[in-house]
Design a binder for this molecule. Structure first.
Ligand SMILES: Cc1ncc(COP(=O)(O)O)c(C=O)c1O
Length: 386
């Protein structure tokens, strides 16, 4: 191989405008949760069509607060998937509750709604579904089961800013909550970034009021309201809360990112389509399946390698060529942190997808030459001659 090139797995699309926004905020003298967080919340609500949006420090804390607001408590069970980042399970455990894992669908890599009903027990308090890698999960199917049993649905939308779902015969952005709430991440591997950050969208004013209070030590009044008041305010703390604040520096950056969202998603979709065109002839390779009711933002693009191919060897061979690949996510039940409790159900599809899925570089500003280089390296690693 003569060409020398290095291709990162992912790269946030940020430039001097985000840097300027951070600079202006630092110079404004108000750097923690304040006016820019409030502006960002209004803008994210408008972008998703959610009645309320509460910004927090990251998606893990968003999930923690949302599960608590949904009433999840010590000893309860929450139905979710194992094939997800550890944060999904960790947030359940923070409340002393237990994840009950159901298997995923092979094509979408998301919760199989047909398996949810059998997982419901008298201890089930909520369903925590995940829009994994930005692919919308089958919310219609999940909500139907939840509705029959009066269970709240929380969407782990960490990866799904800009994804869309056709539900109730119309296209909706992920984040217009179909259940109780949706939680997003602004980690740099996500579609929008603030360095770190998260937000909870909900249409329920009471739910929003709870998470809003808990993110700031359950203080009875926000710093911003206290600062803007001409009267002396005596704040109170009536319950145990957390410091899960987003800073105004993060908010300033992610506000600028939100303006870029349509362009970022359009570019990601174009690169995802091009991967399919370029890799379609590799025998045994399985692409993610986008149902006709879903439009992914392709936050992560993963292909299932042919079963007889050693994924680690492929990753090493591509790494040697200068290309970063990743195992796209994990199986929580196979990690020591969450392997202690007996599974309620076998998870053969989750385990197979976990073992075969290979995350390929994809970011808006990659070039066709970058992608061609990745494709050629993957073909070589799979033993396909050019
Ligand atoms: C599905 C999922 N849920 C939750 C999280 C946690 O997000 P954060 O890093 O913002 O806490 C992630 C992050 O990778 C994720 O992929």
């Amino acid at each position: 191989m003569s060409e020398k090139r290095s291709v990162q797995f992912s790269k946030p699309l940020v430039d001097h405008e985000e840097a300027q926004a951070a600079y202006d905020t630092v110079m404004s003298g108000w750097v923690t949760q304040g006016p820019r967080v409030a502006d960002f919340e209004r803008e994210f609500s408008a972008a998703t069509g959610a009645a309320h949006a509460c910004a927090v420090s990251n998606c893990t804390t968003a999930l923690h607060l949302a599960l608590r607001a949904a009433g999840v408590d010590e000893g309860d069970e929450v139905i979710t998937v194992s094939y997800t980042f550890l944060a999904t399970s960790n947030a359940i455990r923070y409340l002393g509750a237990w994840p009950v894992y159901v298997d995923i669908e092979r094509g979408t890599r998301n919760m199989d709604p047909a398996l949810v009903e059998a997982a419901i027990t008298p201890r089930t308090k909520a369903i925590l579904c995940v829009h994994q890698f930005g692919m919308p999960c089958d919310l219609a199917g999940i909500l139907a089961v939840a509705g029959r049993h009066g269970l709240p649905v929380i969407e782990d939308a960490a990866c799904a800013a800009g994804s869309e779902i056709n539900i109730g015969s119309q296209w909706e952005p992920i984040g217009r909550p179909q259940g109780a709430a949706a939680c997003f991440s602004f980690h740099p591997r996500k579609v929008l970034t603030a360095g770190d950050g998260g937000i909870i969208t909900t249409n329920d004013a009471e739910f929003d009021a709870k998470v809003r209070r808990w993110r700031q030590h359950a203080m009875s009044v926000s710093d911003l309201a206290r600062n803007n008041s001409s009267q002396v305010i005596i704040e109170t703390f009536d319950e145990v809360g957390y410091n899960y604040r987003m800073t105004d520096i993060q908010a300033a950056v992610v506000r600028r990112q939100l303006v870029r969202l349509p362009g970022i998603v359009e570019a990601r979709r174009a690169w995802a389509r091009r991967y399919v065109e370029q890799l379609a002839d590799i025998p045994g390779l399985e692409f993610p399946v986008e149902p006709e009711w879903a439009r992914s933002n392709w936050q992560t693009y993963g292909v299932l390698l042919p079963p007889d191919i050693d994924r680690t060897a492929v990753m090493q061979s591509m790494q040697d060529d200068g290309i970063q690949t990743r195992r796209p996510t994990f199986c929580c039940h196979l990690e020591k942190a969450h392997s202690g409790r007996k599974l309620s159900f076998p998870l053969p599809v989750s385990e197979e997808v976990y073992n075969r899925n290979l995350g390929l570089p994809l970011f808006p500003q990659m070039s066709a030459e970058d992608q061609d280089f990745v494709v050629a390296a993957l073909r070589r690693a799979c033993g396909i001659a050019d």
